[in-house]
Design a protein around this ligand. Structure first.
Ligand SMILES: CC(C)(COP(=O)(O)OP(=O)(O)OC[C@H]1O[C@@H](n2cnc3c(N)ncnc32)[C@H](O)[C@@H]1OP(=O)(O)O)[C@@H](O)C(=O)NCCC(=O)NCCSC(=O)CC(=O)O
Length: 460
């Protein structure tokens, strides 16, 4: 049974300075996502002082007023996606008085269970995530929920429309909100927002000489003609299967030393193999390859069964000319390898095989990365039934544990939406010194297998 939640209030937060309206076109990078499930995060803060009176009189008012100030720099987040009947594609529009949905709640769940390293039912996280309003006609950009766990802490739940912002922009906004909230508590007023947290809205930096946009729109049109009763201009999120009730979540905290152990092992095995080759053993390559290998093994089954991987690539620094890192929106492509077989990763050399492939996938990335979108659209429909396609959400580059609203760094940051497929959530570790956090969401029996397997490779 899911722990009960008491919703205290649902209101709208408007930008504190909102004299203008704003229209932002979507680029092909945004349009890839316009009917897909939002990205949902819950950021937990341990605070034993968090009584209901303190929550009502200090935490909530501070979070609300700083959200309002931050939205003034991020007006499109208070707006919504709309699709004018004369337009070829949806647009992001902010009009005066538009507001972000802000829910306040109190939970009876056990904080330490949700933030610890033991598996727990995934459904426990759902009440902490706000709903993102989407209809045929419009879709909110973001929504927030703040939930109190009396005398244990509180959490900030975020639902973000992926056609509006990618992980880089989402974390940039959250950092600017946290920065403003902390300043307010320190009573430092009128400090300007640092440049790296100030969004750039210039859409002309995204070039599309090969008209990927038309291909993306045609892809969605053909899908929606079948799914959406022919309403190809619907902005409703496509339904996703309900995760089965026996799905549990588990977080693995890898220290910098753990990652070094895995790296050394790969170096040793690679140089002793028949085809020694220098690998790109970045933190991402090492940890994603390890998680991928363990997930394939945890599933077991027919060694000949099809498996594959796909991971997002932030194109900002790869494109020529590069896109500013504070560009607001999406600038993601993906790298993938979908025609693999489980047995490649089940044996002694499984981890090395995975690392070789992921290393090659990263090494070959260059300014043509945006064209991968085309290849991805072509590859998905050809996936054989029952294929285990493993992907990554989040990134080890986002610094989510730096999100200090004035009550210290998060105890845990969970990406709830990894339930929408076989997704590994990735974040840089809470320690801030090179660790990595991997989040998994699997059926209980498979998670039991995974939890047995994960520590094996970490032994020296
Ligand atoms: C393609 C990649 C995954 C490949 O990673 P690499 O193997 O090259 O590793 P990397 O580029 O992260 O880092 C390589 C080395 O460069 C340094 N380095 C470079 N840029 C850095 C940065 N911004 N922050 C921290 N370190 C950085 C590090 O020291 C690292 O060393 P060392 O490795 O030794 O530490 C990555 O480049 C990338 O694009 N990551 C971002 C993906 C992303 O945006 N995902 C979110 C999708 S949106 C989503 O999922 C939803 C959401 O999150 O809301």
């Amino acid at each position: 049974m899911v722990s009960s939640l008491n919703v205290i209030d649902v209101s709208g937060v408007t930008p504190s300075d909102s004299s203008e309206s704003l229209t932002l076109p979507l680029t092909f990078f945004d349009l890839i996502w316009y009917n897909l499930h939002p990205v949902e995060r819950v950021i937990f803060y341990r605070l034993t002082d968090a009584t209901r009176p303190f929550f009502d009189s200090v935490i909530v008012p501070n979070l609300k007023s700083s959200l309002s100030s931050s939205l003034s720099h991020y007006l499109p987040l208070a707006g919504k996606l709309v699709w004018d009947s004369l337009d070829k594609k949806p647009t992001l529009v902010y009009s005066q008085n538009d507001a972000v949905s802000f829910t306040i709640a109190e939970s009876k769940a056990v904080f330490s269970l949700l933030t610890g390293n033991k598996p727990f039912p995934t459904t426990e996280l759902y009440p902490l995530v706000p709903e993102l309003r989407t209809t045929d006609e419009s879709a909110s950009a973001v929504s927030f929920q703040v939930t109190l766990f009396p005398n244990q802490g509180f959490c900030v739940g975020v639902a973000a429309h992926h056609a509006v912002l990618d992980g880089k922009t989402t974390t940039m906004f959250l950092k600017s909100w946290a920065y403003t909230c902390k300043l307010q508590q320190d009573q430092t007023v009128n400090a300007p927002l640092p440049q790296d947290l100030t969004p750039i809205y210039d859409r002309t930096v995204i070039k599309d000489p090969n008209d990927i946009e038309t291909e993306v729109m045609n892809h969605w049109k053909s899908k929606l003609e079948i799914i959406s009763d022919g309403n190809v201009k619907s902005l409703k999120i496509l339904p996703t299967p309900e995760p089965s009730p026996d799905v549990v979540r588990f977080t693995l905290d890898l220290t910098r030393e753990d990652i070094q152990t895995l790296r050394e092992r790969l170096k040793r095995e690679s140089s002793a193999s028949s085809s020694p080759k220098e690998l790109r053993l970045s933190t991402f390559v090492v940890t994603f390859s390890y998680a991928f290998t363990c997930l394939v093994r945890a599933r077991g089954g027919d060694p000949k069964r099809p498996v594959g991987y796909v991971f997002s690539v932030d194109c900002r620094s790869l494109l020529d000319p590069p896109i500013p890192s504070n560009y607001f929106g999406n600038c993601l492509s993906a790298s993938f390898n979908m025609k693999l077989t489980a047995e490649t990763f089940m044996g002694e050399e499984g981890f090395l095989n995975a690392a070789r492939m992921v290393s090659d996938s990263v090494e070959e990335l260059d300014e043509t990365v945006a064209f991968n979108i085309r290849k991805i659209f072509a590859a998905y429909p050809s996936l054989p039934p029952g294929a285990q396609l493993i992907s990554a959400s989040g990134s080890t580059r986002f610094g989510v544990y730096g999100l200090d609203f004035g009550w210290g760094k998060p105890e845990r940051v969970a990406i709830v939406s990894i339930d929408q497929g076989e997704v590994i959530s990735m974040a840089d570790g809470r320690d801030g010194i090179g660790g990595v956090e991997l989040g998994f969401s699997l059926k209980k029996h498979e998670m039991d297998n995974l939890i047995d397997l994960l520590p094996e490779g970490l032994k020296i």
